[in-house]
Ligand binder design. Structure first.
Ligand SMILES: Nc1nc2c(ncn2[C@@H]2O[C@H](COP(=O)(O)OP(=O)(O)OP(=O)(O)O)[C@@H](O)[C@H]2O)c(=O)[nH]1
Length: 526
């Protein structure tokens, strides 16, 4: 029994130790798993802390209070701080960050308005090359509008600074050495000015020579002399015009003086004759009175006969005299009237001639001297009119800006005269290609504008594409070389809330896009 008992006891002890061993192993495995989880957690916390610390460094330098809080936050994180202990500091940081965000938003608004103002100021500066002017407009109207974060400002700033630099260069070179871009820019401005001024006769020839000189100029000094020459042509032509107006007024004055003298003479003569005729009437009256008195006093027939005969002879002579005087009076008046009429006709002719010359002048002022198309002044007048009509009648109106591609190349390669001829041919081809109700004008240089009343955007593409392809198919030949010339076109429809300027800007922007997309194309902008 004891033996059995011992045996049983041994078996029991063995079972317990096996259970203990299993438990011990389970415990060791649980501890090892717990350690692994703890290590992983610590690694994750360390990574998170590192990441938060890095992230917090991004905000460094924005706000001193925020910097201090973030520094202590980073310290606690690096010491493996308890997340629960970090709670209050995280709350404080959240409040600070929200305040900072509000500040940032207001600063962004201020920055936006500063950049916008700087851009607008820059737009008003003279000496900005055309390309930069377009880039600047694009920058202000598009890129600046898209800015959402401070980082978005960086490319805007870069471009703005580049344009400022160009303007500074333009200013510096205007005072000192001129760079080719500045020379080209001023040459284009001078050419534009000379195109806008219409002069007649010998001045037109001088203006043509001047344009050639401007185009050939490579030095700033040459352009300065050209501007002086341009001023001289304008002043001389103006003073000649003034002299011709003075001559007309002097001639008119003289004719009016002569007319007045004629009238005075006629009136004087007529008055003299009038008084002579009155005197004769008086004599006749007296004669008749005397005749009746003597008739009453006569005592016999013979005496009566004598008296009547002598008085009748007197009366007959007086009546004859009266008739002569009256005839003379009529002649005088007639001659006076005739002379006055002929003088008046002279005068009328003079005035008509002057009016015709003024009308010629007015038309010339509205016409481009080279292409004979209406010029910019005429366009402004017409577009203003069509714009008002369109707003009044709510009728569609399209505005189109056309620019010859790489025109400078034609001038540079084949000479300015070839360039002039090209413009002439292009203008006439475009005039032929449009409807009679459309209005085309040379806006300046190689730029044309087209006003299309009663046409909306849907219906503008076909005629404009036709215009583009018809220009492209003109067989230009320079120095025995076949040359293809293309145009870029920007079109828009006038909107209800447009001003003439905003509509023009949109069409110009469309043209800019057509140029940037590779030229020889039409871009239509809503
Ligand atoms: N022959 C001639 N040239 C002119 C006249 N008016 C302007 N120009 C020239 O037209 C050229 C215009 O050149 P840019 O503004 O550089 O333009 P572009 O070469 O046509 O190039 P893109 O418009 O960009 O395709 C300048 O060289 C001007 O001197 C003119 O009446 N006659």
């Amino acid at each position: 029994m004891l033996y059995t008992g011992n045996n049983n006891n041994e078996k029991g002890q063995q079972g317990v130790s096996e259970q203990l061993e299993t438990l011990r192993k389970k415990l060791l495995s649980a501890i090892s798993q717990r350690q692994t989880i703890e290590v992983t957690r610590q690694e994750q916390v360390a990574t998170l802390a590192q990441f938060i610390a890095k992230l917090s460094l991004v905000c460094k330098g924005i706000d001193l209070e925020l910097d201090n809080r973030l520094a202590s936050f980073r310290k606690q994180l690096s010491q493996g701080g308890n997340f629960q202990e970090l709670g209050p500091i995280i709350n404080e940081l959240t409040t600070l960050l929200a305040r900072h965000e509000a500040n940032l938003e207001s600063q962004l608004r201020q920055l936006y308005s500063c950049v916008n103002q700087a851009g607008v100021n820059l737009q008003q500066r003279k000496g900005l090359p055309g390309e930069s002017r377009r880039t600047l407009r694009d920058l202000l109207n598009k890129h600046l509008q898209d800015v959402q974060t401070p980082l978005d400002f960086i490319p805007v700033f870069a471009r703005l600074i580049y344009i400022y630099d160009e303007v500074l260069n333009a200013c510096n070179t205007a005072q000192g050495d001129a760079c080719p871009q500045v020379v080209a820019h001023f040459a284009a401005e001078l050419t534009q000015l000379s195109v806008e001024i219409s002069v007649q006769g010998e001045f037109a020839e001088q203006m043509r020579t001047l344009k050639h000189n401007i185009n050939a100029a490579t030095e700033f000094e040459q352009l300065l002399s050209a501007s002086i020459e341009l001023t001289r042509i304008i002043i001389t032509s103006l003073s000649r015009e003034r002299r011709s107006a003075q001559h007309f007024l002097a001639a008119l004055n003289q004719s009016l003086g002569e007319l007045q003298q004629l009238l005075t003479n006629t009136v004087d003569k007529s008055r003299q004759l009038d008084s002579k005729i009155s005197a004769v009437y008086q004599q006749i009256d007296e004669n008749i009175n005397q005749l009746s008195q003597h008739t009453e006093l006569a005592t016999n027939i013979a005496e009566l006969k004598n008296t009547v005969e002598s008085r009748l002879a007197n009366l007959t002579a007086q009546l004859l005299n009266k008739e002569q005087l009256e005839a003379e009076h009529r002649d005088t008046l007639h001659q006076g009237l005739q002379s006055m009429q002929s003088r008046m006709q002279d005068l009328e002719q003079q005035v008509q001639q002057y009016e015709a010359s003024l009308e010629r002048q007015r038309l010339m002022n509205m016409q481009d001297g080279l292409t004979k198309l209406p010029n910019r002044l005429a366009f402004d007048e017409r577009f203003d009119l069509e714009f008002k009509q369109c707003q009044l009648n709510a009728a569609p109106l399209c505005l189109v800006v056309i620019d010859v591609d790489h025109f400078k190349l034609i001038n540079d390669t084949y000479g300015h005269s070839a360039g002039d001829k090209t413009l002439l041919v292009l203008a006439s081809a475009m005039k032929k290609a449009i409807r009679s109700s459309d209005f085309i004008a040379r806006y300046g240089g190689e730029e044309f504008v087209l006003v299309m009343p009663n046409v909306d955007l849907e219906n503008v593409v076909r005629p404009l594409e036709k215009l583009r392809t018809s220009v492209k198919s003109i067989p230009f030949k320079f120095k025995d070389k076949q040359v293809q010339i293309t145009i870029s076109i920007g079109a828009t429809q006038v909107k209800a809330n447009d001003t003439a300027l905003s509509a023009f800007d949109r069409a110009d922007q469309a043209l800019y896009e057509a140029k940037h997309a590779g030229r020889d194309r039409l871009v239509v902008k809503q």
